[in-house]
Write a protein that binds this ligand. Structure first.
Ligand code: TYD
Ligand code: MG
Length: 449
């Protein structure tokens, strides 16, 4: 007999508690608990078949059979296409373009003579048709079903045996065997487990869409991350046109790859040279703007950091950071105060990464510092300069990996000077671009203008 149990579950991370809590102890989010009824099976039966462990050398490698989506950005993020029998989760804010991207790739998959089943719990058939028309999708391999009942959706997959399945979205499906409301943690988990079983059993790749929600009654995709094979997140400003697709987990490839897209009136367009786009709306030699080169997965990416330092009107100076860690900005400003004697205490500072992307790589430190100095001194940074380096608490400029790759990218885009950590350029030879090694921030300040 299954035993009934009432629990409170965090909608963000799935943490369970016997009583309601205001703040989740696991993910530190506020007001995310909701009550759910669980039916727990008592005890498990022992497995009938006892497997013998294998030696490492006895295990043969399965060659992953992948379906290419012919969308270069998406294929790269996936590690070369969707692996057959894998479960892929695409998360992101509502309206960011998840449904658009998945509908777009059906055209290329259809051309490979593979049948696609699109299960939608959000939009009606005519809405999907309207969107498909807009995206110029003409494939006859795409079948659409609007269904929110999990058991029926699973039955349809078993019956039609498609080669590729899209579930849009996991939060709209509900199972009759689970008593809690659609979108709750138990419902979303049950639905994911069902699709996991289907994908492994029949070798069908299934892509599920999960909405990220700030608060409210639906569970976020984070509670599913451990169940699926690949987790991708769509980032970017909904009002801006650039979108970044990022790998968070990939059992069949590397993580930290990114794919860059632009939302146009005919859907998402791949951007194969993001550096160019990121810098396209930039004016040369403006005050408070510095360029850096980051590595995202395997690709170098040039981005612009902007800083605005103005005198404070109220007692407390304000600091703001967009696209980079707020604490990093505070810390770097403290280093500048101490090491360069800059009196930043009387100034507000706003630091921004253009292009609507978020970066956590330490290589950006030097560019943040340069942009702040430029705005503080009200002088533009020397033309065509790139800053690469991490800044430590004592003001030292620390080692950065893959320095040559970054310098090459800067050269390709017409930059003339690279300011890099001294420790990273021991055996660096580059004749095309001027490489300026610096040891600490006070050495760098002489090189900025
Ligand atoms: P959508 O894929 O519906 O988002 P999600 O599934 O992640 O919730 O994206 C919807 C947004 O994209 C919507 O605001 C309109 C815009 N859009 C375009 O700009 N061009 C297009 O061709 C399409 C189909 C959508
Ligand atoms: Mg959608």
């Amino acid at each position: 007999m299954a035993k009934k149990k009432n629990v409170f579950v965090c909608m963000e991370c799935g943490y369970e508690s016997n009583k309601w809590l205001g703040k989740c102890p696991a993910c530190n989010e506020w007001n995310t608990f909701s009550e759910e009824v669980l039916y727990k099976d008592k005890g498990g039966s022992a497995r009938a078949v006892v497997k013998t462990p294998k030696k490492l050398e006895e295990i043969t490698l399965d060659n992953y059979d992948r379906i290419k989506t012919d969308n270069e950005e998406l294929d790269r993020v996936l590690g070369g296409g969707v692996v057959k029998g894998s479960l892929v989760l695409i998360g992101g804010d509502p309206g960011i373009g998840k449904s658009t991207l998945l509908l777009q790739i059906t055209e290329a998959i259809g051309k490979k003579d593979l049948n696609i089943l699109y299960v939608s719990g959000e939009e009606s058939e005519s809405q999907i048709k309207l969107r498909a028309d807009r995206l110029a999708i003409t494939t006859d391999k795409l079948s659409i079903i609007t269904e929110t009942n999990l058991e029926i959706a699973a039955e349809v997959i078993k019956k039609s045996m498609p080669d590729f399945v899209v579930i849009d979205s996991i939060q709209t499906l509900y199972s009759e065997n689970v008593t809690s409301a659609p979108g709750s943690v138990s419902q979303v988990r049950e639905a994911t487990a069902t699709f996991l079983r289907l994908s492994k059993e029949y070798g069908i790749p299934i892509v599920i869409v999960g909405h990220v929600t700030k608060e409210g009654a639906i569970a976020g995709p984070r509670v599913l991350e451990h169940m699926v094979d690949v987790v991708l997140y769509f980032e970017g400003d909904r009002h801006g046109s650039y979108r970044v697709l990022r790998t968070v987990k990939n059992r069949f490839g590397s993580t930290n790859e990114i794919g860059v897209f632009e939302m146009k009136d005919k859907g998402l367009v791949e951007i194969s040279n993001p550096s160019e786009v990121m810098l396209s709306s930039r004016n040369e030699s403006v005050i408070g703007s510095a360029i850096t080169c980051l590595i995202e997965g395997t690709r170098p990416l040039l981005v612009e950091t902007q800083a605005l330092v103005t005198s404070t009107n109220f007692g407390m100076p304000r600091r703001m950071a967009t696209g980079i860690d707020y604490n990093k900005v505070i810390l770097l400003m403290a280093v500048l105060e101490k090491k360069l004697g800059m009196q930043l205490g009387g100034y507000d500072a706003y630091v921004n990464l253009t292009g609507g992307i978020k970066i956590s790589e330490p290589a950006i430190d030097l560019a943040i510092v340069a942009a702040i100095i430029s705005s503080y001194k009200n002088k533009p940074i020397a033309d065509k300069t790139v800053f690469i380096g991490e800044v430590g608490l004592t003001g030292e400029v620390r080692h950065i990996n893959l320095i040559e790759k970054r310098i090459n990218e800067a050269y390709k885009l017409g930059f003339k000077r690279c300011i890099v950590p001294k420790v990273s350029c021991k055996d660096l030879k580059s004749k095309d671009i001027e490489v300026i090694p610096v040891k600490n921030v006070s050495e760098m300040i002489n090189m900025i203008f």
